[in-house]
Design a protein around this ligand. Sequence first.
Ligand SMILES: [Cu+2]
Length: 112
Amino acid sequence: MSGLARSGARVLVFVLICAPACAPRHDATEAWPVTGTVLSVDAARGQAVIAHDEIVGLMPPMTMPFRFENPQELLDLEAGDRVAADYVSVPGIGPCLRGVTKLVQEPAQPPP
Ligand SMILES: [Cu+2]
């Protein structure tokens, strides 16, 4: 094995061992996809109460207030809207929803 190949192998071993262990957990760029139903909107406080579905790997379904990274997105929402967003942690804001979009409502079931 040449010296160059040996050092290359050493780098590869380092990357394989270190990369998973050194990956930061719950850093600012981590985004958890979340969907849910808006129960109420509090634009003055920049948040909405949302009954969210399971956030896989993070939270079971529950009803809780969410702050919005962009409070402008609250202006377009009302109780009953289905929404999708990313749950992120932003320095200066904390945990909040990013990129909130309204989901198209499924047509109501016809009465039996
Ligand atoms: Cu929750």
